[in-house]
Design a protein around this ligand. Structure first.
Ligand code: SPQ
Length: 439
């Protein structure tokens, strides 16, 4: 169990400066997975050195892959080919990382050896039926707890066959899981998503020379190909940049330039939603690195206004709602979020936990079945609990910029799962934040 960390945030301040936030978590996970399964040596730079991506890295080391680094975000992966993984000697421990567990379950369902996937308390409560059910349709044998949660016991040596899967929820993890199993399944594997979700798996497979086709919302892959090693340059994570997009919007006299941020259109819902709320955001220096669009993003203070968040933007901003709720709390008028029930099955129930914390801080935030109704108002001080969820911890830290009294946030150690230098970078921009170890 990690030590307990509280964030103490003094009210007010503004955000000024130019920074580059760490590498994209989703792309970092996938770089390890596909680099390990490729033929040849893959070089990665900009890799996110945070607990979640490192859990994926360790899992592949445990399956016999030689990976040098990370050294300042650089990795060298000696790919073993699609059929070169070795049976792990012990269960693969994936910490807090849903992405690791769900994507690996697809990959491991097609191996010749048995494996077991475990995680921390939060990950062990998250729903895994959403992956084990389509995998079972493909012929996989995976045992879960009675509640459909981890540990996952995956039986090797099964012959998988392709399916045409109509995915019931908008989930990039489920889509990626099925496509990765499709690498090992006889015939064609397709996933149709109800709404577009992040497409890093598809883009990276293509980058490794593996053919993936898309027709509308349907993605298709065939087995029998191979992955050719390549170089990967991981852009900065827009989900980490999001804290400063909101911070600089809500704090007076602020201007922040975020460098080299991934702006894949399946991830930019945060920008669209903030712009609809009246944010002053400018994108420049657009380019493409390794099949992923990147740009610099400049954000300046503005008076945000409440909106009804369009449903089609929800999957494109799914991880940004904790901090978007803070933006809504600082906005003039009412913000309404619907169609976001997926938020209830993240590292915690992000609807309930954010509503509870905002209420403690004096905001009228009413949770609904699939979202929240927030009345913009004056943020007060108080003590809130992040429930070990990195994005909740960072969101409440940003709320300090608009608060009129100190905010203490309990249980923040898991910020290390996605954004280890958060406190240092936020402080360098002007947030009055301190991290304290507590017993
Ligand atoms: O990996 P994990 O714990 O599931 O991470 C989260 C996050 O906030 O960091 C979700 F809690 O991001 C997911 C995201 O919500 C990362 C992800 C991916 O890399 O494919 C996809 C999304 O999850 P989902 O369930 O919508 O597929």
């Amino acid at each position: 169990m990690s030590k307990s960390i509280n964030f103490m945030v003094e009210p007010g301040g503004n955000m000024q400066g130019k920074i580059r936030v760490p590498g994209d978590k989703s792309i970092s996970h996938r770089s390890i997975m596909l680099g390990s399964l490729a033929n040849g040596i893959t070089h990665v730079k900009g890799f996110l050195e945070a607990e979640d991506a490192l859990a994926t890295l360790q899992a592949f080391r445990d399956m016999g892959v030689t990976i040098k680094g990370p050294d300042n975000g650089e990795l060298t992966i000696q790919g073993v080919g699609l059929h070169g993984l070795k049976a792990p000697e012990k269960p693969l421990y994936l910490g807090n990382s849903g992405t690791s567990m769900r994507l690996l379950s697809g990959l491991l369902a097609g191996q010749s050896f048995d494996s077991t996937l475990t995680g921390d308390e939060s990950l062990s409560k998250r729903p895994m039926k959403r992956v084990t059910q389509p995998l079972a349709e493909m012929g996989a044998k995976i045992a879960t707890t009675e509640q459909g949660t981890a540990p996952l016991h995956i039986k090797g040596g099964q012959s998988l066959h392709g399916i045409d899967y109509l995915m019931p929820m908008a989930s990039a993890q489920v889509k990626s899981c099925v496509l990765l199993a499709g690498l090992y399944a006889e015939g064609e594997t397709s996933v149709t998503e109800p709404a577009p979700t992040r497409d890093h798996t598809e883009r990276m497979l293509t980058g490794f020379g593996y053919s993936v086709t898309r027709e509308g919302n349907k993605v298709t892959i065939n087995s029998g190909g191979s992955l050719d090693a390549c170089d990967i340059d991981v852009p900065s994570d827009i989900s980490s940049a999001a804290f400063f997009l909101v911070g600089a919007s809500i704090a007076e006299n602020s201007e922040v330039l975020l460098k080299h941020v991934g702006i894949n259109p399946t991830r930019t819902g945060i920008i669209d939603i903030l712009k609809l709320m009246g944010a002053d955001i400018e994108i420049s220096n657009q380019t493409t690195v390794g099949g992923e669009p990147v740009a610099d993003i400049r954000v300046r203070s503005s008076q945000l206004k409440g909106i009804n968040i369009p449903s089609d933007l929800v999957p494109l901003a799914i991880d940004e709602f904790p901090v978007l709720f803070v933006a809504a709390a600082c906005a003039e008028g009412q913000t309404v979020l619907t169609d976001a029930e997926e938020l209830r099955v993240k590292e915690c129930d992000r609807i309930q936990v954010m509503a509870d914390g905002l209420q403690i801080l004096g905001i009228d935030a009413r949770p609904t079945k699939d979202g929240m109704i927030i009345q913009g108002g004056k943020i007060g001080g108080g003590e809130v609990i992040s429930h070990g969820d990195h994005r909740i911890a960072m969101a409440f830290a940003i709320a300090g910029l608009c608060a009129d009294a100190p905010i203490t946030i309990q249980d923040c150690a898991n910020v290390n799962t996605s954004f280890p230098p958060f406190v240092q970078l936020a402080a360098s921009l002007g947030l009055n934040i301190e991290s304290k170890e507590v017993s």
